[in-house]
Design a protein around this ligand. Structure first.
Ligand code: SAM
Length: 215
């Protein structure tokens, strides 16, 4: 399947400032990687969007690369990096999460806030394998995905009617059960924790925040 409509949806949203997912108020946040990693550790933010997290992680002492398949965001992000004079610690690169243009075992941690659930299920294993490939042994993977505990998603309820795949305006949404996450990551990762979060305050939209450690 082609993701061209989905990519166009994201590009239009960023261009028009309607990217509602940017700054989703999660209480469990990827900066908890500070607890596990030394300053200077290399982190890859997959589907980095506008780069809010990338700049935050850089400011607390990590080296961060943001991977994006949206070239406008890559250009804009790298201009911001240049203006802030932090080129030695941060960079955006253009590329596809299903074929990450980076070397094996080059990161201490990877992060995905809201990308994986936009891939169709037949790509999930390929994605997980690719993330594991670029991580060092015992590297961390911090993941936030939509949960199958979500009660209302437009006119469906993943929790109550079991609709866990939706396509809206060309954008794919997959709602993960915890069992599915465990089975998907099992070949590559040990699960440190999976917690459910309702960042908008109701169970209408539930996320799973997942911390994994590479085997
Ligand atoms: C829902 S947004 C989340 C952005 C950011 N992580 C955040 O929390 O604000 C998903 C992001 O992934 C990017 N993306 C989608 N598919 C991708 C792919 N195959 N490879 C790389 N980036 C992708 C989109 O351009 C978009 O910025």
């Amino acid at each position: 399947m082609s993701y061209s409509d989905q990519n166009e949806f994201f590009a239009r949203a960023y261009r028009t400032g309607t990217d509602r997912w940017t700054n989703t108020p999660f209480s469990r946040r990827a900066d908890e990687l500070m607890l596990y990693l030394p300053k200077g550790a290399m982190i890859l933010d997959i589907g980095a969007g506008r780069g809010g997290l990338l700049f935050e992680l850089q400011s607390i002492g990590f080296h961060v690369i943001g991977l994006e398949n949206n070239s406008e965001l890559v250009t804009r992000g790298n201009e911001e990096i240049k203006n802030k004079k932090i080129q030695n610690e941060a960079r955006f690169i253009a590329g596809d999460a299903l074929s990450i243009p980076l070397a094996d075992a080059s990161f201490d941690a990877t992060i995905d806030i809201g990308l994986l659930h936009h891939l169709i299920p037949s790509h999930h294993t390929e994605y997980m394998k690719e993330v594991a490939r670029v991580l060092k042994h015992e590297g961390f993977f911090f993941l936030a995905v939509l949960s199958a505990e979500t009660e209302h998603f437009f006119n469906h309820s993943p929790k109550h009617d079991g609709t866990v795949d939706r396509n809206l305006e060309g954008v794919h949404y997959h709602f993960f059960s915890d069992e599915e996450i465990r089975a998907l990551v099992e070949p590559y990762f040990n699960v440190r924790s999976i917690v459910h979060e309702t960042p908008f305050g109701s169970k209408d939209v539930v996320y799973s925040i997942v911390l994994l450690k590479k085997k």
